[in-house]
Design a protein around this ligand. Structure first.
Ligand SMILES: Nc1ncnc2c1ncn2[C@@H]1O[C@H](COP(=O)(O)OP(=O)(O)OP(=O)(O)O)[C@@H](O)[C@H]1O
Ligand SMILES: [Mg+2]
Length: 377
């Protein structure tokens, strides 16, 4: 950890030092100097910690910004930065932040999660995890979709870690966050414009263009939030099979639409219908991450994208999905599991040809699900 950052923590962040040091706290949310909430195991609690006043809080935020070479002031009242320890911070100053300086610190999780961890958390079933592993192995283009804080980056990290070790992976992000467990991986981070310091921007689009010329086997675009959607679509459609990205959307079909909308935001000359078809052919799998109100983060859908139908709608079929079966009275946690949806992916023959141990029967919904479905019908 850089010493500038360490001293910023010691001096200015002392009021929340214990929260930052506590590994069980995953997020610290500061809503003005006297209201601090934390997230622990997916649930949000109010903390007793406080800053002495708004000035102390602003000094802390300014010190953090300074320690990572950024500025937060009246002219630049928002800060989006990655701290030297890997944590991520976003801050907004008043008067935009009505309750005083508002900050969220997403703490870097020291233990990189694996597919096994996601199974243990109940976020995936063993079969669904194995299926995802196979999809990564076969080089399917995967879009990880979900709401804010639903576990998209974590999922992308986990999937990236399953890329065959012989392949060269190029990772491009707006703010470096991913730490993929791969042998041959190269990371890029976009640069933001800073007119005061004469720094010109280097966008994700620029970096994707460079990545294409750096002999990639696969490209990961960490978070697709803008016109770089078009770049990811083109990467996926130009033979870089097994490329991946994340997008903010509530379900797999919305994820396709979101990618299309973002791609059209640029100055592309390609007509919307053609872009839709490009999205339909670029994507093969959508992994939907969801955060439920019991605090659990689960993989709610794993779906195949088949293209676009004659009415211009995306054809998306669920392969696995999470189903709730009850609720634990004591803990309030939902009970459920990720189950197969009676749908055989179109690339099943590749699973067979490559002798991957995943029989057809794994795609059949368990009997109890079939019974529920029959009842509902
Ligand atoms: N399946 C899971 N089970 C439990 N905790 C998880 C799971 N996935 C992610 N988390 C935790 O949830 C938090 C948010 O995860 P992550 O950063 O991956 O979300 P995100 O969707 O990328 O968020 P954002 O929208 O802010 O980019 C992290 O603290 C992470 O460790
Ligand atoms: Mg993320």
């Amino acid at each position: 950890m850089s010493t500038v950052f360490e001293s910023a923590i010691k001096n200015f962040l002392a009021p929340i030092g214990d929260l930052l040091a506590d590994d069980s706290v995953s997020e610290v949310m500061i809503n003005g100097p006297s209201e601090i909430f934390i997230e622990r195991k997916g649930l949000v609690y109010k903390s007793d910690n406080q800053f002495s006043d708004e000035e102390a809080l602003q000094s802390a935020v300014r010190a953090i910004a300074q320690s990572v070479g950024r500025v937060i002031d009246d002219d630049n009242p928002r800060l989006d930065a990655r701290l030297p320890d890997g944590s991520r911070i976003h801050a907004v100053l008043p008067p935009m932040a009505k309750m005083g300086t508002t900050v969220a610190i997403r703490k870097f999780s020291k233990d990189d999660l694996t597919l096994k961890d996601l199974i243990n958390f109940g976020s995936l079933s063993a079969d669904a995890a194995r299926f995802l592993d196979i999809c990564v192995h076969l080089g399917k283009n995967i879009l990880v979709s979900g709401g804010t804080g639903s576990g998209k980056t974590t999922m992308l990290n986990v999937l990236g870690g399953r890329i065959p070790k012989t392949q060269r992976l190029l990772v491009i992000e707006d703010a470096a966050e991913l730490q993929v467990d791969a042998e041959h991986v190269v990371y890029f981070e976009a640069r933001h414009e800073n007119k005061d310091r004469g720094i010109k921007p280097v966008s994700i689009t620029h970096l994707v263009q460079s990545a294409m010329r750096l002999r990639p086997d696969r490209i990961i675009v960490g978070e697709v939030r803008g016109v770089e959607a078009m770049d990811l679509i083109q990467v996926m459609n130009t033979g870089h099979d097994g490329s991946m990205g994340t997008v903010h959307a509530n379900n797999p079909s919305e994820a396709c639409t979101r990618l299309e909308t973002l791609a059209l935001m640029g100055d592309t000359q390609i007509p919307p219908d053609a872009v839709r078809k490009m999205v339909g052919s670029a994507l093969q799998l959508v992994v939907q991450c969801s955060r439920y109100s019991d605090g659990g983060r689960r993989t709610s859908h794993i779906s195949e994208v088949l293209g676009v139908d004659e009415f211009g709608r995306y054809i998306v079929r669920d392969i696995f999905r999470w189903m709730q079966t009850g609720k634990d009275e004591q803990t309030g946690k939902y009970i459920g599991e990720v189950v197969a949806c009676n749908y055989l992916p179109t690339f099943f023959d590749q699973i067979v040809v490559n002798k991957l141990p995943f029989p057809k029967s794994k795609f059949i919904a368990p009997e109890w699900v079939q019974k529920i479905s029959k009842k509902a019908a």
